[in-house]
Design a protein around this ligand. Structure first.
Ligand SMILES: *[C@@H]1O[C@H](CO)[C@@H](O)[C@H](O)[C@H]1NC(C)=O
Ligand SMILES: *[C@@H]1O[C@H](CO)[C@@H](O)[C@H](O)[C@H]1NC(C)=O
Ligand SMILES: *[C@@H]1O[C@H](CO)[C@@H](O)[C@H](O)[C@H]1NC(C)=O
Length: 344
């Protein structure tokens, strides 16, 4: 089974000053020719004017404090510090934030999987950032909104820290476009993040000079999980710790015949693995190795100093680099140390 990829090239003229916004847009459909409404694009030139002029109005972004009793507490981004006074906010716990990707929102699988895992685990307050008002179709629009939305989210986080949220206890997590966004949020806060996890950071439009993205400068520890590298996800190793389950690319195990999950299956695995890891910290050890092929050849046996656990790597203990593992085809995906065994 192969995916049908249709490329549509479009060029748009934007702005009175004649900036040309040239985009490559690809519609990705599944093998039955059913076009999903997903559009990925890469922007060659982003006029600063466009990104600046739409940076102002991002007040509809919502921060949602997720909780186990069904009644989540949400507020507009401008009121984010009020969540710290919410009865559902536990001051003795660290706080994780999750930013969803393109086309996603409050009801999307990524947000529900990740926040659900944290709620069940009870280890963190979990605040989901809903920027669906600005992350919708087409990709170019969501992509162009990213800098302004990131500034607005960064400002809210800074105000939460001023209001008493301990900066050192914040774990920022994002998927896809939301993962690239975490890096831009980090450029727009008054403090330094200790931990950021980027889940298959979006590929299209990134890795281009002048386009801000998630890099290892964003936090003391930047961990990146790649599951659809070279397609919807970036191929760039952009963290201190880059984890490449099953080579980090499509087709992730179990995705091949998963037609209902369509083309997002491999891209989605990044948040599915993290959600499982939150509840099962030992599930996803990964071993540092020069390459996937070297890992497959058994050149990187586990020796006690070359293993990180997805979601639990430590900035002071773990060597930067590329880490590999195998997973199962279905839940539970984590194979523990079997996933990094030489015979894997
Ligand atoms: C945007 O472009 C217009 C027209 O060229 C110019 O007058 C304006 O100063 C620009 N705005 C910014 C923020 O660069
Ligand atoms: C807050 O978290 C602490 C530490 O896990 C826990 O002992 C306490 O019961 C929690 N408080 C509430 C109100 O859930
Ligand atoms: C552990 O393995 C890594 C490669 O995966 C190697 O660089 C390192 O030297 C090994 N350490 C020990 C103590 O054998």
């Amino acid at each position: 089974m192969s995916f049908c990829v249709v490329l549509i090239y479009a060029s748009l003229l934007c702005g009175a000053n004649g900036n040309v916004l040239l985009t490559t847009i690809s519609n990705i459909g599944d093998s039955f020719g059913r076009l999903s409404d997903s559009i990925v694009g890469s922007v060659v030139t982003v006029p600063t004017n466009l990104t600046t002029s739409i940076a102002d109005g991002f007040s509809e972004i919502q921060f949602i404090l997720m909780s186990s009793d069904e009644g989540h507490s949400s507020c507009k981004v401008g009121d984010a510090p009020t969540l710290l006074k919410n009865a559902r906010f536990n001051e003795s716990l660290p706080t994780a934030f999750f930013i969803h990707g393109y086309l996603d929102g409050q009801d999307s699988e990524s947000l529900i999987a990740v926040s659900g895992a944290f709620v069940r685990k009870g280890s963190h307050n979990i605040i989901a950032v809903d920027w669906s008002e600005y992350s919708g179709f087409p990709y170019l629009s969501a992509f162009s909104n990213l800098p302004g939305a990131s500034r607005t989210i960064g400002d809210a986080l800074s105000r939460m820290v001023v209001a008493g949220l301990p900066a050192e206890n914040i774990w920022l997590i994002g998927h896809s476009l939301g993962a690239q966004m975490t890096g831009v949020v980090a450029q727009n806060v008054d403090f330094r993040f200790q931990r950021i996890t980027g889940l298959d950071p979006a590929g299209p439009g990134f890795g281009i000079a002048g386009v801000a993205s998630l890099t290892r400068d964003a936090a003391a520890l930047v961990e990146v999980v790649h599951t659809d590298a070279g397609s919807l996800g970036t191929e760039d190793a952009s963290g201190h710790i880059d984890i490449w389950p099953n080579k980090g690319k499509a087709v992730q195990p179990g995705c091949l015949f998963s037609v209902d999950e369509d083309t997002f299956c491999s891209h989605a695995r990044a948040f599915i693995y993290l959600a499982e890891a939150v509840e099962h910290p030992d599930a996803f050890p990964a071993v540092r190795c020069a390459s996937w092929n070297a890992f497959r050849r058994g050149e990187c046996p586990v020796n006690g100093t070359n293993v990180v656990y997805l979601g639990y790597s430590q900035p002071d203990q773990n060597e930067p680099g590329n880490y590999f593992m195998n997973t199962n085809r279905a839940a539970p995906f984590g194979r523990g140390l079997q996933g990094v065994a030489v015979s894997a």
